[in-house]
Design a protein around this ligand. Structure first.
Ligand SMILES: [Zn+2]
Length: 488
């Protein structure tokens, strides 16, 4: 639909509200009213609010929220200022000393049903930077060649600014809501520590209790300038850190011994590093590969379709796993050794050597079973495993049959040029797991069309977002929110 038509429909909607003072939906028959399925005009033209949001994004990037320490309070105060300008009164929620989340609400009725509410959630903290590897100031929000550069530009300040824009656009539209829409900015997502959403929920659940949520965790995959597919995250793997501890006899390094803890640890890590856990298909992963096969090259698609077959399954699983670390990790529990510590002096054989394994379990798998397999694999009485206390919790997947999933699929499919919308189980963790544990149907949609090359900069150097992708993301988020929450 062109711009002029959108404005006409919006003007018509505003006139109806003025004339009657009643909800638009009560006045207009579904066959002709704004916002009927297939009519993208509900929220009108978002280009103006997207331009404003680009300014908010730049300001958000300039507030350094590297976690630790996070410093989210400064961001929360900034967002509060933006909301207040539009007559919205947010609430700052102290999660831990000096660390703050922010919540704001657009009400549908005086006594809204929390189970119907829609939560727009994004986190304010970012991971650290290696400044020497960046070509621009990571906290400068430099705009160059159509990109905004900065730590958090895609993870997750882009979505934070886009959520803010969708929320404010809805407020400005004065459309009547059929459910409350809640804006939530969380702290401490990257570390999952004392100020994370887990603590926020424990302290303040009533402030943002909702039945549905939209968060990061999905992906709009751009290939050769076209959206190839949209991945909507409905489940995620469960992170567990495990220490591998080797014990031996300490002594003078001039007289090496067979039970040297360093040697035993190295041998164990070598075996673990080359181990592939068995493949198990979750419902979402099965659907992901089935639907992705439709848009992949013939050769790749052929293997994807063979993944779960009796005759060629095993070989297909190997081919697909070798093609992509993401696909490999989606199919099985994954294990990445990430840290090694041993020794105090060059001439002392240490009594102990340690490694850390970062494990991502498929939802439903347990660490006990995996560690039993690893114990057998390593087969060394000098080695033991110790599960670290910071493990994530497995959450049930969000439903692929919910009204909200249907809305996301319908709007995203149309807005991204009829690209297929595919359910996705992310290998990384998000705040959505905690929400799912509280019966929230949470979905991940990073709404910015990004080529793989830009997507990989997340947590990396020269993180950036194309300005056109940002504006598109604002538009799609605003449309999904309006389609789901505006009364018809
Ligand atoms: Zn993130």
């Amino acid at each position: 639909m062109n711009w002029k038509h959108k404005m006409q429909v919006l003007a018509g909607a505003a006139a109806l509200t003025l004339a009657t003072g009643l909800p638009i939906g009560a006045q207009v028959s579904p066959a002709t009213g704004p916002g009927i399925p297939g009519n993208p005009s509900l929220i009108g033209d978002t280009s103006a609010v997207a331009r404003e949001a680009q300014g908010w994004l730049a300001d958000l990037v300039r507030i350094d929220t590297t976690n630790p320490p996070g410093n989210e309070q400064a961001t929360a105060k900034y967002i509060a200022g933006v909301l207040e300008k539009d007559g919205i009164t947010p609430e700052l929620l102290e999660v831990a000393p000096g660390r703050t989340a922010l919540v704001a609400r657009l009400r549908s009725t005086a006594m809204a049903d929390p189970a119907r509410a829609l939560l727009l959630v994004a986190h304010m903290d970012v991971v650290g930077v290696d400044k020497s590897k960046w070509t621009v100031d990571p906290f400068g929000a430099v705009i160059r060649d159509g990109y905004l550069y900065g730590r958090g530009a895609i993870d997750d300040k882009g979505m934070l600014a886009a959520n803010l824009a969708a929320f404010i656009a809805l407020k400005r539209s004065t459309l009547h809501l059929n459910r409350d829409v809640i804006f939530l900015a969380t702290a401490d997502e990257e570390q999952g520590g004392d100020a994370s959403i887990k603590i926020l929920i424990a302290k303040y659940w009533d402030k943002f209790a909702a039945g549905f949520a939209l968060n990061e965790g999905g992906e709009v995959v751009l290939k050769n300038g076209k959206v190839q597919y949209v991945a909507v995250q409905a489940s995620e793997k469960v992170p567990v850190n495990v220490a591998v501890i080797a014990r031996g006899t300490s002594g003078h390094a001039s007289q090496p011994t067979k039970d040297n803890a360093v040697v035993h640890l190295a041998a164990a890590i070598e075996k673990i590093g080359n181990y592939s856990a068995p493949v198990r298909f979750t419902t979402i992963v099965r659907r992901y590969f089935e639907q992705l096969a439709a848009v992949e090259d013939d050769e790749v698609a052929k293997w994807m379709r063979s993944l779960d077959t009796a005759d060629r399954g095993e070989h297909a699983q190997k081919v697909i796993s070798d093609m992509s670390p993401l696909w490999n990790s989606m199919l099985r529990d994954s294990i990445a050794p990430t840290m090694l510590t041993a020794g105090v002096r060059a001439n002392v054989i240490p009594a102990e050597a340690r490694a850390i394994l970062n494990i991502r379990l498929l939802p439903g798998d347990t660490i006990t079973v995996l560690l039993a397999d690893l114990t057998k694999l390593v087969n060394d009485p000098q080695i033991r495993f110790e599960v670290q206390p910071d493990a994530g919790l497995a959450a049930p997947p969000s439903s692929l049959e919910s009204d909200f999933y249907a809305t996301i699929t319908r709007v995203a499919g149309k807005e991204y040029g009829d690209a297929p919308v595919i359910p996705f189980q992310s290998t990384g963790a998000t705040d959505s797991a905690q929400l799912r544990l509280h019966n929230v149907q949470a979905y991940g949609l990073m709404p910015f069309p990004l080529p793989a090359e830009d997507f990989r900069r997340m947590h990396g150097d020269d993180e950036r977002i194309p300005l056109t992708a940002f504006a598109k993301g604002v538009d799609v988020l605003a449309r999904i929110t309006a389609e789901f929450a505006v009364m018809r």
